[in-house]
Design a protein around this ligand. Structure first.
Ligand SMILES: NC(=O)C1=CN([C@@H]2O[C@H](COP(=O)(O)OP(=O)(O)OC[C@H]3O[C@@H](n4cnc5c(N)ncnc54)[C@H](O)[C@@H]3O)[C@@H](O)[C@H]2O)C=CC1
Ligand SMILES: O=C(CO)COP(=O)(O)O
Length: 363
């Protein structure tokens, strides 16, 4: 396991509790020592006792060793800089799994794409894990489901087998694009929910944003070739609910601070852990523009981050982008006057069905 933050450490516990032999790579030798000797990671998972079998090291070579599976859980924006050192250590049969939920600034690439480029390995040996997986709840062994996705079903199943134990269950799919984008996009909607929470709006506002946000997520993901159903699964709706409703979420917390009036710089300074959504907003909007996808909610989040929109003004903008009555779904026999953020996902789904289930576009 590469990355000894809250998720890398928790996922190591999941694997060890499922019977796997786990070595965790921590950048800082003192953290590796604490995990190995005290079986604790007090900075990231206070109060959690780790399984006695977990070992940690600050040597990448020692951590990777002869492992059949290498899981990667470091902040998305630092992935690429670690790959030159990692590439020569990966064996010809090794499967590499991304646990990360961001896209790379500058390239807009998903983490599995960055891994594919940087490690030069075949897609069939890559997988991603996603779903409603707030680390601390899982570290406390609360029952949770996740989804493992790979272009190769056999790879997804092999990973799911090791990532399953008495409190954690991994399902599988082969929609890597949808599974990965689900994890990225829900962070952006969770920031929006945090903002309105911080402002003090109530449940109707949040439910409206969640629902319209899911339509936006679906629109975007399908435009990039995802299967629409993935967005109503664990990696889409499931993770959207968990991240948007929990104070444990760093994205939700960052949003709440913005809603309370803190500037972007103040929020970054106050966050002790990675809030991936903050770095993903710009690349996602660039990708959305490239495929003609409207993302009014993400757009508003970006304006709040830039300080050009008062957080109090976010909800009225989010819930209506036109004063014309809009169809929530396309209405039979009538020209659809729904807003683009709702109309396009349904249109794309229809196109996909007509297209024999193939994605609307590749990436
Ligand atoms: N914490 C959670 O509940 C979940 C997090 N994730 C995802 O997992 C990924 C990692 O997040 P967390 O573990 O939560 O973050 P974190 O902030 O708790 O830990 C990040 C870890 O990466 C290390 N790190 C920072 N910069 C690095 C660099 N340049 N090179 C190597 N290591 C570096 C840090 O020292 C730390 O150990 C993110 O993409 C996040 O979205 C996914 C599901 C759940
Ligand atoms: O991905 C997560 C839950 O599934 C964690 O969310 P945060 O990164 O917002 O804490």
């Amino acid at each position: 396991m590469l990355g000894a933050g809250s998720w890398g450490t928790t996922f190591s516990k999941i694997l060890a509790d499922g019977g796997a032999d786990v070595t965790l790579w921590a950048r800082r030798p003192e953290l590796a020592r604490e995990i190995s000797l005290a079986k604790r990671n007090s900075d990231y998972l206070p109060g959690i006792n780790l399984p006695p079998s977990i070992r940690a090291t600050s040597s990448l070579e020692e951590a990777v060793g002869e492992s059949a599976f290498v899981f990667v859980s470091i902040p998305s924006q630092s992935l690429r800089s670690n790959l030159a050192a990692l590439a020569p250590l990966i064996g010809p049969e090794t499967v590499v799994i991304s646990l990360m939920k961001g896209v790379e600034k500058g390239t807009g690439l998903r983490m599995s794409e960055v891994l594919e480029q940087g490690l030069g390995i075949d897609r069939d040996r890559l997988a991603v894990a996603s779903g409603p997986n707030l680390a601390l709840e899982i570290a406390k062994e609360q029952p949770t489901a996740a989804v493992i996705s790979s272009a190769s079903l056999a790879t997804a199943e092999a990973v799911a087998k090791v990532a399953t134990n008495r409190y954690f269950r991994s399902f599988v799919n082969t929609d890597v694009i949808g599974t990965e984008f689900g994890g990225v996009l829900k962070n952006l909607i969770a920031v929006a929910i945090g903002i309105v929470d911080g402002v003090g709006y109530g449940e109707n506002t949040k439910a409206s944003i969640l629902t319209r946000g899911l339509a936006e997520m679906t629109d975007f993901a399908v435009a990039y070739g995802a299967v629409p159903e993935t967005m109503s699964g664990l990696a889409g709706l499931g993770d959207l609910i968990a991240t948007s409703s929990s104070p444990l979420s760093r994205n939700n917390t960052a949003g709440r601070l913005l809603g309370q009036g803190y500037s972007f710089t103040d929020v970054v300074a106050r966050m002790q852990q990675t809030a991936e959504g903050l770095a993903s907003v710009a690349p996602i909007l660039t990708l959305a523009a490239a495929r003609g996808v409207d993302m009014p909610i993400v757009q508003q989040v970006s304006q709040v981050l830039a300080g050009t929109l008062n957080p109090r003004d976010i909800a009225p903008h989010l819930t209506t982008d036109s004063l014309e009555p809009q169809g929530e779904r396309p209405i039979d026999g009538r020209k659809n006057r729904g807003g683009p953020s709702l109309r396009r996902p349904f249109q794309r789904t229809l196109d996909q069905l007509r297209n024999g289930g193939r994605g609307a576009g590749g990436h």
